[in-house]
Design a protein around this ligand. Sequence first.
Ligand code: ATP
Ligand code: MG
Length: 603
Amino acid sequence: KRRLSTGPLDGLNAEQLEAATATDPVIAVIAGPGTGKTKTLVARIAHLIEQGVSPANITAVTFTNQAATEMRQRLEDMLGGKSALRGLTVGTFHSICLKLLGKVQLLNDAAAAEIAAQLIQEYGRKERPKKLLQAISAAKNSRKTGELDDIVAAYDQKLQVYGLTDLDDLLLRALQKGPGRSARFTHLLVDEFQDINPVQFDLVQCWAANSQSLFAIGDPDQAIYGFRGADAHCFERLSAGDRPVRTVVLRQNYRSTPQVLDCARAVIDHNPGEPRLLLPHLPEGEPVEYVQSATDFSEGVAIAKEIARLSGGVDMLAAQDMEQPERVYAFGEIAVLARTHHQLDLIEQCLRHDDIPCIVTGRENYLEQPEVQGVLALFSWLCQPADRPALGAALRMLWNCPEDLVQSVCRQCGEMGELEIEDLQRTFGQQPLLASWLTAVESYLPHLKDKPLKLLQQWTDNQPEQTAGLQKLLGAAAFYKTLPEMLQALILGQEGDLRRRSGKVGSGGAVQLMTLHGAKGLEFAAVILAGLSKGNLPLERGGEVDDLEEERRLFYVGITRAKEHLMLTGADKSSLFVAELPAEVRMIQRRRPAPRVQQLRFF
Ligand code: ATP
Ligand code: MG
Protein backbone atom coordinates (compact mmCIF):
# COMPACT_ATOMS: atom_id res chain seq x y z
CA LYS A 1 0.00 0.00 0.00
CA ARG A 2 1.36 3.37 -0.94
CA ARG A 3 1.71 5.63 2.01
CA LEU A 4 0.43 9.15 1.65
CA SER A 5 2.59 11.79 3.25
CA THR A 6 0.55 12.08 6.41
CA GLY A 7 3.06 11.03 9.03
CA PRO A 8 2.58 12.42 12.53
CA LEU A 9 5.41 14.90 12.10
CA ASP A 10 4.32 16.31 8.76
CA GLY A 11 3.56 19.99 8.77
CA LEU A 12 5.16 20.73 12.13
CA ASN A 13 7.41 23.78 12.22
CA ALA A 14 11.01 23.51 13.35
CA GLU A 15 10.36 24.16 17.04
CA GLN A 16 7.34 21.86 17.14
CA LEU A 17 9.41 19.16 15.47
CA GLU A 18 12.18 19.64 18.00
CA ALA A 19 9.69 19.24 20.84
CA ALA A 20 7.89 16.27 19.33
CA THR A 21 11.07 14.28 18.78
CA ALA A 22 13.24 15.35 21.72
CA THR A 23 14.67 12.40 23.63
CA ASP A 24 15.67 14.32 26.76
CA PRO A 25 14.37 13.05 30.09
CA VAL A 26 12.38 16.21 30.77
CA ILE A 27 11.00 18.46 28.04
CA ALA A 28 9.06 21.63 28.79
CA VAL A 29 7.14 23.42 26.07
CA ILE A 30 6.10 26.87 27.19
CA ALA A 31 4.14 28.79 24.62
CA GLY A 32 1.16 31.03 24.00
CA PRO A 33 -2.31 30.02 22.90
CA GLY A 34 -2.79 28.50 19.46
CA THR A 35 0.89 27.82 18.92
CA GLY A 36 0.29 24.11 18.51
CA LYS A 37 1.23 22.81 21.96
CA THR A 38 -1.51 20.23 22.00
CA LYS A 39 -0.92 19.40 18.36
CA THR A 40 2.75 18.82 19.16
CA LEU A 41 1.87 16.61 22.11
CA VAL A 42 -0.37 14.47 19.91
CA ALA A 43 2.33 14.30 17.23
CA ARG A 44 4.82 13.19 19.85
CA ILE A 45 2.61 10.30 20.96
CA ALA A 46 2.01 9.20 17.38
CA HIS A 47 5.70 9.47 16.66
CA LEU A 48 6.60 7.37 19.71
CA ILE A 49 4.16 4.69 18.61
CA GLU A 50 5.48 4.73 15.06
CA GLN A 51 8.97 4.37 16.50
CA GLY A 52 7.86 1.14 18.09
CA VAL A 53 7.04 2.25 21.66
CA SER A 54 4.13 0.21 22.94
CA PRO A 55 1.05 2.40 23.53
CA ALA A 56 0.73 0.70 26.91
CA ASN A 57 3.90 2.52 27.96
CA ILE A 58 2.48 5.93 27.18
CA THR A 59 0.28 8.06 29.41
CA ALA A 60 -1.07 11.46 28.45
CA VAL A 61 -2.77 13.67 31.02
CA THR A 62 -5.35 16.16 29.82
CA PHE A 63 -7.19 18.80 31.75
CA THR A 64 -10.71 17.86 30.76
CA ASN A 65 -12.51 14.71 29.72
CA GLN A 66 -13.44 16.38 26.49
CA ALA A 67 -9.78 17.06 25.69
CA ALA A 68 -8.98 13.39 26.35
CA THR A 69 -11.72 12.25 23.99
CA GLU A 70 -10.55 14.61 21.27
CA MET A 71 -6.93 13.58 21.67
CA ARG A 72 -7.77 9.93 21.36
CA GLN A 73 -9.82 10.66 18.26
CA ARG A 74 -6.98 12.60 16.64
CA LEU A 75 -4.58 9.76 17.34
CA GLU A 76 -6.96 7.20 15.90
CA ASP A 77 -7.28 9.24 12.74
CA MET A 78 -3.51 9.61 12.48
CA LEU A 79 -2.58 6.02 13.14
CA GLY A 80 -5.46 4.40 11.34
CA GLY A 81 -7.85 3.06 13.93
CA LYS A 82 -8.36 2.04 17.52
CA SER A 83 -6.18 -1.05 17.42
CA ALA A 84 -3.01 1.01 16.93
CA LEU A 85 -3.71 2.63 20.32
CA ARG A 86 -4.39 -0.47 22.36
CA GLY A 87 -3.27 0.03 25.96
CA LEU A 88 -2.71 3.78 25.60
CA THR A 89 -3.78 5.85 28.61
CA VAL A 90 -5.25 9.27 27.92
CA GLY A 91 -7.29 10.98 30.59
CA THR A 92 -7.56 13.50 33.37
CA PHE A 93 -5.61 13.04 36.60
CA HIS A 94 -8.80 11.83 38.20
CA SER A 95 -9.66 9.21 35.64
CA ILE A 96 -6.08 7.90 35.53
CA CYS A 97 -5.94 7.65 39.33
CA LEU A 98 -9.25 5.84 39.36
CA LYS A 99 -7.88 3.35 36.91
CA LEU A 100 -4.78 2.86 39.07
CA LEU A 101 -6.76 2.36 42.25
CA GLY A 102 -9.42 0.04 40.94
CA LYS A 103 -12.71 -0.08 42.77
CA VAL A 104 -13.53 2.91 44.94
CA GLN A 105 -16.79 4.41 46.05
CA LEU A 106 -16.76 8.12 45.19
CA LEU A 107 -18.41 10.68 47.40
CA ASN A 108 -21.37 12.25 45.63
CA ASP A 109 -22.57 15.83 46.01
CA ALA A 110 -25.49 15.13 48.28
CA ALA A 111 -23.43 13.00 50.65
CA ALA A 112 -20.67 15.61 50.66
CA ALA A 113 -23.15 18.31 51.65
CA GLU A 114 -24.45 15.99 54.35
CA ILE A 115 -21.01 15.46 55.82
CA ALA A 116 -20.25 19.17 55.64
CA ALA A 117 -23.47 19.94 57.47
CA GLN A 118 -22.48 17.50 60.23
CA LEU A 119 -19.10 19.19 60.57
CA ILE A 120 -20.60 22.66 60.62
CA GLN A 121 -22.75 21.58 63.52
CA GLU A 122 -20.02 19.73 65.39
CA TYR A 123 -17.58 22.62 65.08
CA GLY A 124 -20.13 25.37 65.56
CA ARG A 125 -19.30 27.02 62.27
CA LYS A 126 -21.42 29.37 60.23
CA GLU A 127 -20.61 28.92 56.55
CA ARG A 128 -22.75 27.05 54.06
CA PRO A 129 -21.80 23.40 53.37
CA LYS A 130 -20.61 24.15 49.84
CA LYS A 131 -18.23 26.83 51.10
CA LEU A 132 -16.81 24.54 53.75
CA LEU A 133 -16.26 21.79 51.17
CA GLN A 134 -14.37 24.20 48.93
CA ALA A 135 -12.19 25.27 51.84
CA ILE A 136 -11.49 21.66 52.80
CA SER A 137 -10.58 20.80 49.24
CA ALA A 138 -8.27 23.80 48.92
CA ALA A 139 -6.60 22.86 52.21
CA LYS A 140 -6.07 19.27 51.10
CA ASN A 141 -4.64 20.33 47.77
CA SER A 142 -2.35 23.00 49.07
CA ARG A 143 -0.69 20.47 51.38
CA LYS A 144 -0.12 23.21 53.89
CA THR A 145 -1.23 23.24 57.49
CA GLY A 146 -3.71 25.87 58.56
CA GLU A 147 -6.68 26.77 60.69
CA LEU A 148 -8.85 24.08 59.12
CA ASP A 149 -6.58 21.17 60.07
CA ASP A 150 -8.92 19.73 62.72
CA ILE A 151 -11.92 19.90 60.47
CA VAL A 152 -10.05 18.39 57.56
CA ALA A 153 -8.96 15.53 59.81
CA ALA A 154 -12.51 15.00 61.05
CA TYR A 155 -13.78 15.11 57.49
CA ASP A 156 -11.25 12.53 56.33
CA GLN A 157 -12.14 10.35 59.29
CA LYS A 158 -15.79 10.42 58.31
CA LEU A 159 -15.00 9.49 54.72
CA GLN A 160 -13.04 6.56 55.99
CA VAL A 161 -15.85 5.38 58.25
CA TYR A 162 -18.33 5.60 55.40
CA GLY A 163 -15.98 3.91 52.94
CA LEU A 164 -15.94 6.91 50.62
CA THR A 165 -13.28 8.61 48.55
CA ASP A 166 -13.56 12.20 47.39
CA LEU A 167 -11.91 13.54 44.25
CA ASP A 168 -8.96 14.98 46.17
CA ASP A 169 -8.33 11.70 47.97
CA LEU A 170 -8.35 9.94 44.65
CA LEU A 171 -5.13 11.79 43.82
CA LEU A 172 -3.64 11.47 47.30
CA ARG A 173 -4.30 7.74 47.41
CA ALA A 174 -2.79 7.26 43.97
CA LEU A 175 0.24 9.18 45.16
CA GLN A 176 0.62 6.88 48.16
CA LYS A 177 0.27 3.86 45.96
CA GLY A 178 2.95 5.06 43.54
CA PRO A 179 3.19 3.93 39.95
CA GLY A 180 3.37 0.27 40.93
CA ARG A 181 4.88 -2.11 38.44
CA SER A 182 2.77 -0.81 35.62
CA ALA A 183 4.71 0.19 32.54
CA ARG A 184 2.33 2.90 31.54
CA PHE A 185 4.53 5.76 32.65
CA THR A 186 7.57 5.10 30.49
CA HIS A 187 6.57 8.16 28.51
CA LEU A 188 4.48 10.66 30.41
CA LEU A 189 2.94 13.70 28.72
CA VAL A 190 1.02 16.45 30.50
CA ASP A 191 -1.05 19.09 28.72
CA GLU A 192 -2.05 22.39 30.41
CA PHE A 193 0.79 21.99 32.87
CA GLN A 194 0.37 25.58 34.10
CA ASP A 195 -2.78 24.58 35.96
CA ILE A 196 -1.68 21.58 37.96
CA ASN A 197 -1.88 21.81 41.73
CA PRO A 198 0.81 20.72 44.19
CA VAL A 199 -0.64 17.23 44.62
CA GLN A 200 -0.79 16.77 40.88
CA PHE A 201 2.76 18.06 40.62
CA ASP A 202 3.87 15.38 43.06
CA LEU A 203 1.95 12.77 41.11
CA VAL A 204 3.76 13.79 37.94
CA GLN A 205 7.09 13.53 39.76
CA CYS A 206 6.16 10.15 41.16
CA TRP A 207 4.98 8.74 37.85
CA ALA A 208 7.93 10.20 35.99
CA ALA A 209 10.51 8.98 38.48
CA ASN A 210 11.45 5.99 36.37
CA SER A 211 10.24 7.28 33.04
CA GLN A 212 12.26 7.74 29.92
CA SER A 213 10.64 11.06 29.24
CA LEU A 214 8.39 13.61 30.84
CA PHE A 215 6.85 16.05 28.40
CA ALA A 216 5.13 19.02 30.07
CA ILE A 217 3.45 21.72 28.04
CA GLY A 218 1.57 24.82 29.01
CA ASP A 219 1.18 28.57 29.06
CA PRO A 220 1.52 30.48 32.34
CA ASP A 221 -0.65 33.26 30.88
CA GLN A 222 -3.51 30.79 30.69
CA ALA A 223 -3.32 29.67 34.32
CA ILE A 224 -6.91 30.01 35.50
CA TYR A 225 -7.20 27.64 38.42
CA GLY A 226 -5.32 29.57 41.08
CA PHE A 227 -8.57 29.75 43.04
CA ARG A 228 -8.52 25.97 43.26
CA GLY A 229 -4.95 25.83 44.48
CA ALA A 230 -3.09 25.48 41.17
CA ASP A 231 0.58 26.18 41.55
CA ALA A 232 1.68 29.22 39.55
CA HIS A 233 5.29 28.13 39.71
CA CYS A 234 5.08 24.58 38.42
CA PHE A 235 7.40 25.20 35.45
CA GLU A 236 10.01 26.72 37.75
CA ARG A 237 9.63 23.78 40.10
CA LEU A 238 10.14 21.43 37.20
CA SER A 239 13.38 23.20 36.30
CA ALA A 240 14.52 23.04 39.91
CA GLY A 241 14.25 19.23 39.90
CA ASP A 242 17.30 17.02 39.63
CA ARG A 243 16.87 16.16 35.97
CA PRO A 244 17.93 18.72 33.36
CA VAL A 245 15.05 20.26 31.47
CA ARG A 246 15.05 20.98 27.77
CA THR A 247 12.80 23.97 27.19
CA VAL A 248 11.24 24.62 23.81
CA VAL A 249 9.41 27.84 23.00
CA LEU A 250 6.80 28.02 20.22
CA ARG A 251 6.09 31.43 18.73
CA GLN A 252 3.93 31.02 15.67
CA ASN A 253 0.20 31.21 16.28
CA TYR A 254 -1.76 29.10 13.83
CA ARG A 255 -5.20 29.57 15.28
CA SER A 256 -6.33 33.17 15.14
CA THR A 257 -6.43 36.16 12.81
CA PRO A 258 -4.08 39.08 13.54
CA GLN A 259 -7.12 41.05 14.74
CA VAL A 260 -7.94 38.48 17.40
CA LEU A 261 -4.31 38.27 18.46
CA ASP A 262 -3.97 42.06 18.74
CA CYS A 263 -6.95 42.07 21.02
CA ALA A 264 -5.58 39.20 23.12
CA ARG A 265 -2.16 40.76 23.46
CA ALA A 266 -3.51 44.19 24.42
CA VAL A 267 -5.41 42.57 27.25
CA ILE A 268 -2.78 40.22 28.63
CA ASP A 269 -0.05 42.86 28.49
CA HIS A 270 -1.88 44.54 31.35
CA ASN A 271 -0.63 41.72 33.54
CA PRO A 272 2.96 41.94 34.77
CA GLY A 273 5.72 40.52 32.62
CA GLU A 274 7.41 41.16 29.30
CA PRO A 275 5.21 42.21 26.37
CA ARG A 276 3.76 39.03 24.87
CA LEU A 277 4.81 37.85 21.45
CA LEU A 278 2.08 36.20 19.37
CA LEU A 279 3.10 35.88 15.73
CA PRO A 280 0.08 35.51 13.47
CA HIS A 281 0.17 32.94 10.73
CA LEU A 282 -3.30 33.56 9.33
CA PRO A 283 -4.02 36.44 6.96
CA GLU A 284 -5.89 39.58 8.02
CA GLY A 285 -9.48 38.98 9.06
CA GLU A 286 -12.50 40.92 10.27
CA PRO A 287 -12.28 43.52 13.01
CA VAL A 288 -13.21 42.41 16.51
CA GLU A 289 -16.45 43.98 17.76
CA TYR A 290 -17.69 44.95 21.17
CA VAL A 291 -21.43 45.31 21.42
CA GLN A 292 -22.90 46.90 24.50
CA SER A 293 -26.58 46.43 25.24
CA ALA A 294 -28.81 47.98 27.88
CA THR A 295 -29.59 44.87 29.91
CA ASP A 296 -28.40 41.28 30.26
CA PHE A 297 -31.55 40.29 28.52
CA SER A 298 -31.08 42.52 25.47
CA GLU A 299 -27.50 41.28 25.37
CA GLY A 300 -28.88 37.75 25.05
CA VAL A 301 -31.16 38.87 22.26
CA ALA A 302 -28.23 40.55 20.48
CA ILE A 303 -26.26 37.32 20.73
CA ALA A 304 -29.11 35.32 19.23
CA LYS A 305 -29.32 37.84 16.38
CA GLU A 306 -25.60 37.66 15.75
CA ILE A 307 -25.76 33.87 15.56
CA ALA A 308 -28.68 34.07 13.15
CA ARG A 309 -26.62 36.45 11.04
CA LEU A 310 -23.48 34.30 11.12
CA SER A 311 -25.41 31.16 10.27
CA GLY A 312 -27.14 32.80 7.33
CA GLY A 313 -30.58 33.26 8.87
CA VAL A 314 -31.69 35.06 5.75
CA ASP A 315 -35.16 36.30 6.69
CA MET A 316 -33.68 37.85 9.75
CA LEU A 317 -31.13 39.68 7.67
CA ALA A 318 -33.81 41.14 5.47
CA ALA A 319 -35.90 42.12 8.46
CA GLN A 320 -33.14 43.63 10.52
CA ASP A 321 -31.13 45.18 7.75
CA MET A 322 -27.94 43.61 9.01
CA GLU A 323 -24.63 43.19 7.26
CA GLN A 324 -23.88 39.93 5.48
CA PRO A 325 -21.31 37.84 7.34
CA GLU A 326 -17.91 37.22 5.72
CA ARG A 327 -19.00 33.65 5.31
CA VAL A 328 -21.78 31.44 6.59
CA TYR A 329 -20.92 29.48 9.73
CA ALA A 330 -22.44 26.15 10.73
CA PHE A 331 -23.96 26.28 14.24
CA GLY A 332 -21.31 23.85 15.44
CA GLU A 333 -18.56 26.29 14.49
CA ILE A 334 -19.89 28.90 16.88
CA ALA A 335 -19.36 29.12 20.63
CA VAL A 336 -20.75 31.48 23.24
CA LEU A 337 -18.52 31.86 26.27
CA ALA A 338 -19.29 33.47 29.60
CA ARG A 339 -17.80 33.69 33.05
CA THR A 340 -20.52 31.73 34.88
CA HIS A 341 -23.12 29.07 34.15
CA HIS A 342 -25.70 31.45 35.49
CA GLN A 343 -25.02 33.91 32.66
CA LEU A 344 -25.23 31.11 30.14
CA ASP A 345 -28.73 30.18 31.32
CA LEU A 346 -30.26 33.43 30.15
CA ILE A 347 -28.37 33.30 26.85
CA GLU A 348 -29.58 29.74 26.31
CA GLN A 349 -33.17 30.87 26.73
CA CYS A 350 -32.67 33.63 24.16
CA LEU A 351 -31.15 31.20 21.66
CA ARG A 352 -33.89 28.65 22.18
CA HIS A 353 -36.50 31.33 21.69
CA ASP A 354 -35.05 31.95 18.23
CA ASP A 355 -34.85 28.19 17.50
CA ILE A 356 -31.08 28.17 17.45
CA PRO A 357 -29.85 24.67 18.30
CA CYS A 358 -27.49 24.92 21.23
CA ILE A 359 -25.89 22.83 23.88
CA VAL A 360 -24.54 23.91 27.23
CA THR A 361 -21.40 21.94 27.91
CA GLY A 362 -19.69 21.34 31.17
CA ARG A 363 -21.29 20.30 34.35
CA GLU A 364 -24.99 20.30 33.83
CA ASN A 365 -27.34 22.21 36.05
CA TYR A 366 -29.85 19.40 36.28
CA LEU A 367 -27.40 17.46 38.41
CA GLU A 368 -27.82 20.11 41.08
CA GLN A 369 -31.57 19.67 41.37
CA PRO A 370 -32.77 18.10 44.62
CA GLU A 371 -34.84 15.34 43.03
CA VAL A 372 -31.86 14.33 40.89
CA GLN A 373 -29.36 14.56 43.74
CA GLY A 374 -31.76 12.65 45.93
CA VAL A 375 -32.19 9.72 43.58
CA LEU A 376 -28.45 9.56 42.89
CA ALA A 377 -27.86 9.53 46.63
CA LEU A 378 -30.40 6.73 47.07
CA PHE A 379 -28.68 4.60 44.46
CA SER A 380 -25.22 5.33 45.84
CA TRP A 381 -26.33 4.08 49.21
CA LEU A 382 -27.94 1.00 47.71
CA CYS A 383 -24.65 0.23 45.95
CA GLN A 384 -22.68 0.80 49.11
CA PRO A 385 -24.66 0.58 52.36
CA ALA A 386 -21.80 2.10 54.35
CA ASP A 387 -22.50 5.39 52.55
CA ARG A 388 -24.83 6.64 55.27
CA PRO A 389 -24.54 10.30 54.34
CA ALA A 390 -26.06 9.40 50.98
CA LEU A 391 -28.90 7.61 52.76
CA GLY A 392 -29.48 10.65 54.94
CA ALA A 393 -29.56 12.94 51.93
CA ALA A 394 -31.97 10.64 50.10
CA LEU A 395 -34.36 10.40 53.05
CA ARG A 396 -34.40 14.12 53.43
CA MET A 397 -34.60 15.09 49.78
CA LEU A 398 -36.98 12.44 48.51
CA TRP A 399 -39.10 11.56 51.54
CA ASN A 400 -38.97 14.80 53.51
CA CYS A 401 -37.97 12.77 56.53
CA PRO A 402 -37.67 14.75 59.76
CA GLU A 403 -34.22 15.05 61.23
CA ASP A 404 -34.61 12.67 64.20
CA LEU A 405 -35.92 9.92 61.98
CA VAL A 406 -33.08 10.42 59.49
CA GLN A 407 -30.65 10.11 62.39
CA SER A 408 -32.13 6.92 63.74
CA VAL A 409 -32.38 5.24 60.33
CA CYS A 410 -28.78 6.15 59.51
CA ARG A 411 -27.59 4.89 62.89
CA GLN A 412 -29.32 1.56 62.59
CA CYS A 413 -28.42 1.02 58.96
CA GLY A 414 -24.85 1.77 59.93
CA GLU A 415 -24.90 -1.10 62.40
CA MET A 416 -26.34 -3.57 59.95
CA GLY A 417 -23.42 -3.87 57.55
CA GLU A 418 -25.00 -5.60 54.58
CA LEU A 419 -28.50 -4.57 53.62
CA GLU A 420 -31.17 -7.22 54.06
CA ILE A 421 -34.68 -6.19 53.30
CA GLU A 422 -36.12 -8.37 56.10
CA ASP A 423 -33.90 -6.63 58.64
CA LEU A 424 -34.95 -3.25 57.39
CA GLN A 425 -38.60 -4.20 57.56
CA ARG A 426 -38.27 -5.60 61.05
CA THR A 427 -36.59 -2.43 62.29
CA PHE A 428 -38.54 0.24 60.42
CA GLY A 429 -41.76 -1.47 59.40
CA GLN A 430 -43.78 0.23 62.13
CA GLN A 431 -42.84 3.72 60.94
CA PRO A 432 -45.57 5.01 58.57
CA LEU A 433 -43.29 7.76 57.27
CA LEU A 434 -40.84 5.15 56.05
CA ALA A 435 -43.32 2.88 54.29
CA SER A 436 -42.70 4.15 50.80
CA TRP A 437 -38.95 4.24 51.39
CA LEU A 438 -39.07 0.56 52.40
CA THR A 439 -41.09 -0.27 49.31
CA ALA A 440 -38.52 1.47 47.14
CA VAL A 441 -35.60 -0.32 48.78
CA GLU A 442 -37.41 -3.62 48.46
CA SER A 443 -38.04 -3.12 44.77
CA TYR A 444 -34.48 -2.06 43.94
CA LEU A 445 -32.29 -4.29 46.07
CA PRO A 446 -32.60 -7.38 43.87
CA HIS A 447 -32.05 -5.38 40.67
CA LEU A 448 -28.93 -3.38 41.37
CA LYS A 449 -27.03 -5.30 38.73
CA ASP A 450 -29.53 -4.29 36.03
CA LYS A 451 -28.92 -1.50 33.61
CA PRO A 452 -29.16 1.94 35.27
CA LEU A 453 -31.68 3.06 32.68
CA LYS A 454 -34.07 0.34 33.80
CA LEU A 455 -33.73 1.26 37.45
CA LEU A 456 -34.17 4.94 36.84
CA GLN A 457 -37.08 4.35 34.53
CA GLN A 458 -38.74 2.43 37.33
CA TRP A 459 -38.04 5.27 39.72
CA THR A 460 -39.32 7.97 37.37
CA ASP A 461 -42.47 6.03 36.46
CA ASN A 462 -43.41 6.03 40.13
CA GLN A 463 -42.98 9.75 40.60
CA PRO A 464 -46.07 11.93 40.60
CA GLU A 465 -44.17 14.50 38.57
CA GLN A 466 -41.63 13.80 35.85
CA THR A 467 -39.37 16.82 36.13
CA ALA A 468 -37.05 17.95 33.37
CA GLY A 469 -34.12 17.07 35.61
CA LEU A 470 -35.23 13.46 35.95
CA GLN A 471 -35.81 13.29 32.21
CA LYS A 472 -32.27 14.46 31.57
CA LEU A 473 -30.94 11.93 34.04
CA LEU A 474 -32.80 9.20 32.17
CA GLY A 475 -31.21 10.43 28.96
CA ALA A 476 -27.76 10.13 30.53
CA ALA A 477 -28.50 6.72 32.07
CA ALA A 478 -28.99 5.21 28.63
CA PHE A 479 -25.24 5.39 28.04
CA TYR A 480 -24.11 3.29 30.98
CA LYS A 481 -24.00 -0.43 31.51
CA THR A 482 -23.85 -0.51 35.29
CA LEU A 483 -25.05 1.73 38.08
CA PRO A 484 -21.63 2.17 39.74
CA GLU A 485 -20.14 3.10 36.37
CA MET A 486 -22.81 5.73 35.89
CA LEU A 487 -22.55 7.18 39.39
CA GLN A 488 -18.80 7.45 38.99
CA ALA A 489 -18.95 9.11 35.59
CA LEU A 490 -21.42 11.71 36.85
CA ILE A 491 -19.12 12.59 39.73
CA LEU A 492 -16.12 12.84 37.43
CA GLY A 493 -18.09 15.11 35.11
CA GLN A 494 -17.78 12.75 32.17
CA GLU A 495 -21.42 12.75 31.29
CA GLY A 496 -21.17 15.66 28.86
CA ASP A 497 -18.81 13.68 26.65
CA LEU A 498 -21.31 10.93 26.25
CA ARG A 499 -23.94 13.39 25.17
CA ARG A 500 -21.56 14.84 22.63
CA ARG A 501 -20.67 11.42 21.32
CA SER A 502 -24.27 10.30 21.17
CA GLY A 503 -24.69 12.25 17.94
CA LYS A 504 -27.83 13.97 19.12
CA VAL A 505 -25.91 17.18 19.50
CA GLY A 506 -23.70 16.07 16.67
CA SER A 507 -20.51 17.54 15.34
CA GLY A 508 -22.03 20.09 13.00
CA GLY A 509 -25.29 20.85 14.62
CA ALA A 510 -25.35 23.06 17.67
CA VAL A 511 -23.91 26.26 19.06
CA GLN A 512 -21.82 25.43 22.11
CA LEU A 513 -22.38 27.43 25.26
CA MET A 514 -19.70 27.11 27.87
CA THR A 515 -17.90 28.87 30.65
CA LEU A 516 -14.49 30.41 30.05
CA HIS A 517 -13.00 27.72 32.27
CA GLY A 518 -14.65 25.00 30.21
CA ALA A 519 -13.40 26.46 26.93
CA LYS A 520 -9.78 25.98 27.83
CA GLY A 521 -7.75 24.34 25.06
CA LEU A 522 -10.63 24.42 22.56
CA GLU A 523 -11.04 26.52 19.42
CA PHE A 524 -13.98 27.74 17.36
CA ALA A 525 -14.28 29.54 14.05
CA ALA A 526 -16.57 32.11 15.65
CA VAL A 527 -16.63 33.09 19.31
CA ILE A 528 -19.06 35.34 21.11
CA LEU A 529 -17.66 36.25 24.49
CA ALA A 530 -20.52 37.48 26.62
CA GLY A 531 -20.89 39.28 29.90
CA LEU A 532 -18.24 41.96 29.63
CA SER A 533 -20.13 43.94 32.22
CA LYS A 534 -19.18 45.33 35.55
CA GLY A 535 -19.48 42.64 38.18
CA ASN A 536 -19.44 39.76 35.70
CA LEU A 537 -15.93 39.87 34.28
CA PRO A 538 -13.83 40.34 36.31
CA LEU A 539 -16.25 38.46 38.51
CA GLU A 540 -17.13 40.26 41.72
CA ARG A 541 -18.26 38.48 44.83
CA GLY A 542 -19.66 40.77 47.50
CA GLY A 543 -18.49 43.74 45.43
CA GLU A 544 -14.90 42.55 45.27
CA VAL A 545 -12.69 40.93 42.68
CA ASP A 546 -10.76 38.04 44.11
CA ASP A 547 -7.79 37.94 41.77
CA LEU A 548 -7.78 40.51 38.98
CA GLU A 549 -4.81 39.03 37.14
CA GLU A 550 -6.40 35.60 37.06
CA GLU A 551 -9.67 37.11 35.77
CA ARG A 552 -7.67 38.80 33.05
CA ARG A 553 -6.01 35.52 32.11
CA LEU A 554 -9.48 34.02 31.92
CA PHE A 555 -10.56 36.78 29.52
CA TYR A 556 -7.40 36.11 27.53
CA VAL A 557 -8.21 32.40 27.33
CA GLY A 558 -11.67 33.31 26.02
CA ILE A 559 -10.42 35.70 23.34
CA THR A 560 -7.83 33.25 22.07
CA ARG A 561 -10.42 30.51 21.43
CA ALA A 562 -11.51 32.41 18.29
CA LYS A 563 -10.11 31.56 14.91
CA GLU A 564 -11.80 34.02 12.55
CA HIS A 565 -14.64 35.86 14.14
CA LEU A 566 -14.78 37.40 17.58
CA MET A 567 -17.58 39.42 19.09
CA LEU A 568 -17.49 40.66 22.66
CA THR A 569 -20.75 41.63 24.32
CA GLY A 570 -21.75 43.33 27.51
CA ALA A 571 -24.66 45.01 29.19
CA ASP A 572 -25.26 47.94 31.45
CA LYS A 573 -21.95 49.18 32.85
CA SER A 574 -18.85 48.08 30.95
CA SER A 575 -16.27 45.77 32.37
CA LEU A 576 -12.98 47.44 33.15
CA PHE A 577 -11.42 45.06 30.63
CA VAL A 578 -13.24 46.92 27.85
CA ALA A 579 -10.94 49.86 28.45
CA GLU A 580 -7.97 47.57 27.87
CA LEU A 581 -9.07 46.61 24.36
CA PRO A 582 -7.05 48.07 21.48
CA ALA A 583 -8.40 51.03 19.49
CA GLU A 584 -9.06 48.79 16.46
CA VAL A 585 -11.94 47.05 18.22
CA ARG A 586 -15.26 48.32 16.85
CA MET A 587 -17.44 49.63 19.66
CA ILE A 588 -21.17 49.40 19.09
CA GLN A 589 -23.78 50.62 21.53
CA ARG A 590 -27.26 49.17 21.48
CA ARG A 591 -28.73 51.10 24.30
CA ARG A 592 -32.38 50.45 23.71
CA PRO A 593 -33.67 46.89 23.54
CA ALA A 594 -35.77 46.08 20.48
CA PRO A 595 -39.53 46.34 21.27
CA ARG A 596 -40.23 42.74 20.23
CA VAL A 597 -38.26 41.68 23.26
CA GLN A 598 -40.77 42.64 25.89
CA GLN A 599 -43.33 40.13 24.72
CA LEU A 600 -41.22 37.04 25.28
CA ARG A 601 -42.83 34.57 27.60
CA PHE A 602 -40.09 34.55 30.18
CA PHE A 603 -40.17 38.26 30.67
P1 ATP B 1 -3.97 26.40 23.67
O1 ATP B 1 -2.93 27.12 24.45
O2 ATP B 1 -5.16 27.25 23.43
O3 ATP B 1 -4.28 25.06 24.23
P2 ATP B 1 -2.27 25.13 21.71
O4 ATP B 1 -0.92 25.75 21.78
O5 ATP B 1 -2.45 23.83 22.39
O6 ATP B 1 -3.35 26.19 22.19
P3 ATP B 1 -3.28 23.77 19.38
O7 ATP B 1 -4.66 23.62 19.81
O8 ATP B 1 -2.37 22.59 19.42
O9 ATP B 1 -2.63 25.01 20.16
O10 ATP B 1 -3.22 24.36 17.90
C1 ATP B 1 -3.98 25.47 17.53
C2 ATP B 1 -4.39 25.37 16.09
O11 ATP B 1 -3.26 25.56 15.25
C3 ATP B 1 -4.96 24.01 15.75
O12 ATP B 1 -6.01 24.19 14.84
C4 ATP B 1 -3.79 23.33 15.07
O13 ATP B 1 -4.22 22.34 14.16
C5 ATP B 1 -3.10 24.46 14.36
N1 ATP B 1 -1.67 24.23 14.15
C6 ATP B 1 -0.76 24.04 15.11
N2 ATP B 1 0.47 23.85 14.58
C7 ATP B 1 0.32 23.94 13.24
C8 ATP B 1 1.21 23.82 12.13
N3 ATP B 1 2.51 23.58 12.29
N4 ATP B 1 0.70 23.96 10.90
C9 ATP B 1 -0.62 24.20 10.72
N5 ATP B 1 -1.52 24.31 11.72
C10 ATP B 1 -1.05 24.19 12.97
MG1 MG C 1 -3.75 23.18 23.91
